[in-house]
Write a protein that binds this ligand. Structure first.
Ligand code: DQA
Length: 149
């Protein structure tokens, strides 16, 4: 079974109470359960983490690069300004899917820039928690394509 890291940046542990009109009523625990269930369905061993700390996030990205692990990443606000995170992600050795719960392109101007998108395999945004399901599906498809037949 392939391992996949689902990494979440600042404020995402507050899902459910944080701006529910934007991010929905479901909690971070609900998100974790959804990702694990999706992983079981897709034969992926999914590990969900969250941090408010840029250094910790970068350490996880290095860990993924060293272990050749695919990553589903919601960089949250780091998306818009963290060149340090981008530089870490550029070292990736496996697929990287950027996800967002909301659609940043339809929100404030500062959210229209992603410094991460250019080093990701692709981006999925605007589908609520379903963005993570779609991202895990993309990872599963990519891994299946990579396997010798
Ligand atoms: C977000 C969008 C970002 O602009 C914001 O800073 C977040 C969450 C999303 O999932 O929609 O924290 O990444």
């Amino acid at each position: 079974m392939s391992r996949v890291l689902v990494l979440n940046g600042p404020n995402l542990r507050r899902l459910g109470t944080r701006e529910p009109d934007v991010y929905g009523a479901e909690s971070f625990d609900d998100l974790t359960a959804l990702c694990r269930d999706t992983g079981r369905r897709l034969d992926l061993q999914v590990e969900v983490r969250q941090t408010d700390d840029e250094a910790e996030m970068i350490a996880w990205v290095h860990e993924a690069a060293d272990a050749r692990l695919p990553v589903v990443l919601n960089p949250a606000a780091f998306t818009h300004y963290s060149y340090a995170l981008r530089d870490a992600l550029a070292q990736r050795t496996a697929p990287l899917v950027e996800v967002h719960i909301s659609n940043p392109a339809a929100r404030e101007e500062f959210r229209h820039t992603s410094v991460v998108a250019g080093v990701a395999t692709g981006t999925i945004a605007g589908f609520g928690l379903m963005s993570y399901v779609l991202a895990l599906q993309a990872v599963a498809e990519i891994l299946a394509e990579e396997k010798p037949r």
